[in-house]
Design a protein around this ligand. Sequence first.
Ligand code: APR
Length: 272
Amino acid sequence: MPNPANIVILTGAGISAESGVATFRGPGGLWEGHRVEDVCTPEALARDPVLVHRFYDARRAALRSVAPNAAHLALARLDEAWPGELLIVTQNVDDLHERAGAKRVLHMHGELRSALCAACGARTAWEGDMLSTSPVRREPVEGPAFPSTPAGEGRGFDRPSPNGEGFVARSCDRCGVPAIRPDIVFFGEMPYQMERIEQAIARCDLFVSIGTSGAVYPAAGFVQTARWHGAATLELNLEPSLGSYLFDETRLGPAGELAPAWVDEVLGNSLM
Ligand code: APR
C-alpha cells in the first residue's frame, strides 16, 4: 500500500452506539419506536409534519446528553495526523465526529444540527427545535444547495397536521417561504454529495467500514466500488454485517476498542 495512502472511512450507527446513541436495527433501535414511513419519508413530512419534526427534535435534543467515544476520538486523531487524503463518510446524522475533532467529515444522510429549506434548498445551522419559537443559531452554511424536496402541495407545509394541530413551518431566511425541514435525507431521496464520495473512493488505497450493518444502499455498495478500484478493504463491526463477505478483513468487536487499535496500527506503519 503506497504511503501515504488515501483512506476513506465509512461509519454507521454502530460507531455512536457506545456513546449511547441508539442504532437503527438493533434491539430497541430507533425505527422500533416508529415505522420508517411515518417519520423518514417526504410523504410523512407532508402528511404529518408535527410527528416528523417531533421525532427529529427529540433526536437533536438527545445530542446534548451524549459525547464522542474512543472510536470517534481515534478517527479524529487519524484525521489530524494523516498526510494523505482522508475522508470520513458518515451515514450518521449526529455531530459526534466533529465534536471529537474530526474535520474531513461528510454526512451523506444529512445532519440533525442543520435545517434545509424545502423550497430553495438553503441550509442553515440549527440548534433549536423545528416547532418552537425559540431563537435558533442562524449561520448560513455555504456549500452546494441541496436538492430541495417539495414539502407537500405548494411550497411550504401550510396544511394542518392530521392530529388537528395547525402547523406552518418556519420561514426560510433566504427565500422567505415557510418550508424549513430537518436537513435529513429521507428514504426515497438521494444521499448528499455522492459524486464527491465516489471520487474519493476511486482514489483511495484503503476503504474501512466501521459500525454499519450494510443494509442500506448506496453506502452498502461502497466496498464493492473500492474493491473494483483496487483498494484494500477492512471492516470493524460488533457482528458480521450483510457485506462482510466483500471485505479483505473483518474484525469483530466494539468500535471503541477496534478503532483506536487500528489507528495506532496505521499511524505506526506510516512512520516506517
Ligand atoms: N461497535 C461496532 N459496531 C457496532 C456497535 C459497536 N459498539 N454496536 C452496534 N454495532 C453494529 C451492529 O452490529 C450493526 O451492524 O453497527 C451496525 C448498526 O447497523 P444499523 O443499525 O443498521 O445502522 P446503519 O448501518 O448505520 O444504518 C444505515 O440505515 O436507517 C438507515 O439512514 C439510516 O444511516 C442509517 C442507515
